[in-house]
Design a protein around this ligand. Structure first.
Ligand code: C2O
Ligand code: CU
Ligand code: CU
Length: 405
């Protein structure tokens, strides 16, 4: 990749969902100066998936992403190309990058209202950078690659007639089998691929609906949980090309099931920091051994919604509040939504390469929270190796080690 920074401030480009060496990750330790270039290289070695990329400058990620620096990154592989799924890009396989915005005249307005403790919430919705988006479609089955690229807003996607659709993939790729549902919740950073059946000549609106798990009435009202709005209109042709039915089996999951886990870790999510610590670019919070599987328990009892994203890996959700995960959480994940009162157990395998002095991040992907310090760093080392103090730390002056009450 060759990235040129044409901005007048430093930024970075992070490959969200990609399994790659820590130095190529594009996090806050790989800043690109204004006018500078960055040329990371790695071999793509992971299953087909819908990934994305966005800047990750510590303390300023929300502003950089909100202003539009984000894009989708689609991986194919042999298995995904052989399956009878809609896969003609832009025809029956559509990228759907969803962001909320607010305008002040012709300019984007990024102001956060005082009661919005989740961060910025826009009052309009864009898909692929377009307002009032619609798409003409000519096929019976349409695959939508949904990406929540918003900085704070969580969506509950569905259709006004409550038609069922098939979930075929989550963040890190295909499920074992399609799961039928009529609502799908995605918090910032999450992706999902769904297949929807169209009727000839119809117009159907993909919408976002109110979310009953969002929190108390305050959270629902001021945090966006009560909102409902149009996202993307699909306009079906008078005659549709017949699509083959989608396969009943999609393949095996590569994510670990946790039975070979060698250790557990706990992460307590608070707006003031994870495990009572605010992000510090110079501190390595966790050290994991290359090639091992771990079970991470992540808990939110902070009275507001959070989510949890881990760089470099795709993980499996083992449990949500002691129960087996719902259909939407059965595929490979790198980001999960944790409404207040949620505890999740995740199985993660770290397959390297080891780099004791370059950390990966884990954080809340509500970017306002991330910028405030809801982020930590982990390194992957060879057995017996110790983490070093992060090298090449440029950082953004004045943005590490904040204290929040
Ligand atoms: Cu999508 Cu650390 O980020
Ligand atoms: Cu990421
Ligand atoms: Cu958060």
């Amino acid at each position: 990749m060759r990235i040129a920074n044409g901005l007048d401030e430093a930024s970075s480009v992070h490959w969200h969902g990609m399994h790659l060496p820590a130095r190529m990750d594009g996090g806050p330790h790989q800043m690109i100066d204004p006018g500078g270039t960055w040329t990371p290289r790695w071999s793509v070695d992971q299953p087909a998936a819908t990934l994305w990329y966005h800047p990750h400058p510590h303390g300023a990620t929300e502003q950089h992403v909100r202003k539009g620096l984000a894009g989708m990154f689609i991986l194919d592989d042999e298995r995904s190309t052989k399956l009878a799924l809609p896969k003609r890009y832009g025809v029956d396989d559509l990228p759907v990058i969803v962001q909320d915005v607010r305008f002040d005249g012709a300019k984007l307005d990024g102001g956060r209202k005082i009661m919005q403790n989740v961060g910025f919430l826009g009052d309009r919705t864009m898909v692929n950078g377009t307002l009032h988006p619609y798409r003409e479609v000519d096929d019976e089955l349409i695959r939508l690659r949904l990406l929540n690229a918003s900085t704070a807003r969580t969506y509950a996607f569905g259709f006004p007639d409550d038609r069922a659709f098939s979930l075929i993939a989550t963040d890190g790729g295909l499920l074992e089998r399609p799961e039928s549902m009529d609502r799908l919740q995605l918090s910032p950073g999450e992706r999902a691929e769904i297949v929807v059946r169209m009727r000839a000549g119809e117009r159907v609106m993909l919408r976002s609906f109110p979310q009953d798990n969002y929190g108390d009435s305050w959270q629902r009202r001021f945090g966006g949980g009560d909102d409902s709005f149009d996202v993307l209109e699909l306009r079906a042709a008078e005659e549709l090309r017949p699509s083959p039915g989608i396969p009943t089996a999609l393949g095996e999951l590569e994510t670990p099931d946790g039975t070979d886990a060698v250790r557990g870790r706990h992460f307590d999510l608070k707006r003031s920091g994870i495990n009572k610590r605010s992000m510090d670019m110079g501190r390595v919070d966790e050290t994991v051994t290359r090639g091992t599987t771990e079970v991470w328990t992540v808990r939110n009892s902070n009275g507001m919604p959070h989510n949890f994203h881990v760089h470099d890996v795709q993980f499996r959700v083992l449990e949500v509040n002691g129960e087996a995960p719902s259909a939407a959480l059965r595929g490979p994940k790198d980001t999960v939504f944790l409404p207040n009162g949620t505890t999740m157990k995740l199985a993660l395998r770290f397959t390297g390469p080891a780099d004791p002095d370059t950390p990966y991040m884990y954080h809340c992907h509500l970017l306002f929270h991330e910028d405030e310090g809801m982020m930590g760093q982990f390194v992957v080392v060879e057995k017996g190796q110790r983490a070093q103090a992060p090298s090449g730390t440029r950082g953004t002056p004045g943005h590490s080690g904040h204290k929040h009450g």
